[in-house]
Design a protein around this ligand. Sequence first.
Ligand code: SAH
Length: 509
Amino acid sequence: MIEPEPSQTGHVYLVGAGPGDPGLLTLRGMECLARAELVLYDYLVNPAVLAHARESAELVCLGHHRQCRRMDQGEVNRRMIQAAAEGRIVVRLKGGDPGVFGHAGEETAALRAAGISYEIVPGVTAVLAAAGCAEIPITHGEHSSSVALVTGQERRAKASPALDYGALAMFPGTLVFYMGIRSAAPWSEALIRRGKPEQTPVAIVRRCSLPDQLVVRCTLGTVADVIREQKLRPPAVIIVGPVAAIAPDESWFSARPLFGRTVLVTRPRRQAASLCNRFAELGARVLVQPMIEIAPPPDWAAVDDALDRLEDFDWLVFSSANGVRCLLQRVCATRDLRRLGSIRLAAIGPGTSDELAAWRLRADLVPGQYRAEALAEALADQASGKRFLLARASRGREVLAERLEQAGGRVEQVVVYSSNDVARLDPEVKRAAEEGRIDWITLTSSAIARSAVRWMGRRLGGAKPVTISPITSSALRDMGGEPAAEATEYTIEGVVRAVLLAEMGGMPG
Ligand code: SAH
């Protein structure tokens, strides 16, 4: 029997990216992105979604935006077909759902005609996210038994039949206008002329599911004026019908404690995720601008030498998660974890012991308070005659070594990573700081505090500094700044709680 030739053709996934919040991408969409070699994405797609693509994937933005290439539908089709015909895996990533005003029909017809295999991965369309995040049920037992999705830009789609405003005015349910901001006057007047009451409730939901989501309520008779007066710009969905009036003034989304606030997270990028996620979950807009970078030490010789003599030490002491990661990476690159043998491990706090746990190692000691003084104190009792190896940063504090030596310990320090100030600020962050748009800035170490002041000035662009500990606060004060909040537990979660406490003026729940 003759084996069929393995197919040389690629495949196209038409994937809905959801309305904005990157968490609203489907699992299937994420899988497709992870295998894509070429991603053709619309400008409305949140760039955070692209983080699921491989680093080697080619990412091409399409659409009406300064950073994007303008491509007409024919060019998009040709590009997809050509890439797939070359054997590449293509993701065509669209805002919301690919089939809702997303030209999925045109694209699949072209793929079908070219004999290219494809799959459609649905996404959360804008109005469903608006309904969820603004708490406007688009169907409702008493108020609405049907929904119509309507385009406000009908004239551009010349081939489609004209909207029948008479039928829409009589439609027994909720009308949802997409792309209806600029055309609000014509469509609202057309509906009123054909008998839809001017008093019909309307809700405009702009940038739904995003931290700057805006909900404006009005009526069919006032919608065009409201859009003009408030200078509302796309993207927004406009929900027309009784359900628009029954939503609570404050939805769960806008009631979150940090909604409307902008927080600048300054940790090194690989450590920033958990803090960013916590703030985002609490409703904040999160910007990331690392103030320091973690790099290998200039020279491993001293570290390697200490690793060769590890049995000479009683304790290996870590004062940061970075220290754990960098040292253990070195151990594994030059030998393996058995080298640690029975040496005892001390960690300054839970972040550090968590990093040890990620390497399947358990800290023998974590002090009750997460700072160098407390760690020294916890070790001091048994320090006499003991030998300590301290894994530290290039710019670290000396207090731990000093205290252990005072307590009779023999201390050797090795620099396992260097911490350097970043070389530049992201222009978007710089602009936000200059315009005073940042509410909070997190300062999670003394080095970060110093670098932040060097980059942003003593006033930090008007952002309120929240520090992780009194040590970081005093580093900030030494630079002429003043913390607005300080963590009482010296952890990342402590930083989040300090902000909540300051915002709410009471204990967070
Ligand atoms: N396929 C998309 C719609 C594309 S048409 C979907 O299923 O959602 C573009 C229109 O979608 C915008 O003009 C606006 O009406 C709507 N839209 C997209 N993202 C939005 C958002 N985050 N908030 C409100 N409306 C949005």
